[in-house]
Design a protein around this ligand. Structure first.
Ligand code: HEM
Ligand code: HEM
Length: 185
């Protein structure tokens, strides 16, 4: 599809809520991580912000715009495995929304962020105040998120290279090149 200016018309994919949510979540994680050793107040605010953002995103997954909905991007384990196999032989299709592996990663990231924030808030309760076991759980979960984010960035880089599109830019501006033949709209 060509516009009079010769530029390909772009399609809107990520609504403003998804974009603001995404970068706010990444920022709150970075701030919670960076402040964990030195500023309890900053750490707690950033941690609760992360937890609140995840809660809002879950609601948005049911009522948000088309590509924000879980129904649109959460696929069966079989579909995720088939997609990963297709990556292995270089035949995976381009998705306008989240691809099946990305969709699964999003669920895991949201759950891990929620569990990290929840275990952190438990550390402030009478029951778990000073509990070394809960501190260990909290720390392990936070490290788990770091590992998941590394995999997330790897997936984003891989999909961007394979389909020759800048997915980070799409998460900033919300638009992508329209679906071509063989793409999943
Ligand atoms: C703590 C750090 C991060 C977390 C927890 C995180 C989490 C997420 C989540 C939950 C989504 C799904 C968005 C939605 O539909 O709501 C997502 C998508 C995405 N993230 Fe991140 N993210 C992080 C860091 C980053 C960074 C640093 C970048 C890039 C430099 C990035 C690039 C992207 C892109 C491009 C997508 C869309 C993927 C697609 O096209 O399907 N993320 N991320
Ligand atoms: C995504 C959100 C969060 C992340 C990434 C995060 C990360 C971390 C990390 C990396 C540590 C250091 C662990 C260690 O040194 O063993 C820590 C400690 C701690 N966090 Fe969080 N945290 C988050 C949310 C919260 C929340 C919401 C609270 C409570 C309001 C909280 C309370 C604490 C406390 C009390 C400690 C000190 C535990 C200790 O003495 O070892 N965190 N957090």
């Amino acid at each position: 599809m060509r516009t009079p200016s010769g530029l390909s018309a772009m399609v809107r994919v990520w609504d403003p809520f998804v974009r603001i949510f995404h970068w706010a979540l990444a920022a709150s994680f970075a701030v919670a991580w960076a402040s964990s050793e030195n500023s309890e107040r900053v750490h707690d605010v950033a941690g609760y912000a992360a937890g609140g953002l995840v809660a809002l995103r879950i609601v948005w997954g049911f009522v948000g715009s088309r590509y924000a909905r879980f129904r649109q991007f959460v696929r069966s384990p079989g579909t995720v495995i088939d997609y990963l196999r297709a990556i292995g032989n270089g035949s995976e299709r381009r998705y306008i929304g989240h691809n099946p592996a990305g969709g699964a990663m999003i669920l895991v990231l949201l759950a891990a962020m929620a569990a990290t924030a929840a275990s952190g808030s438990l550390l402030t309760t009478d029951a778990f105040w000073g509990s070394e076991a809960m501190q260990r759980v909290h720390s392990l979960l936070a490290w788990g998120v770091v590992v998941l984010v590394a995999a997330h960035l790897g997936g984003v880089a891989l999909a961007s290279l394979r389909h020759r599109e800048n997915l980070v830019r799409a998460m900033v501006f919300g638009v992508k090149r329209p679906a071509g033949p063989g793409d999943v709209a």
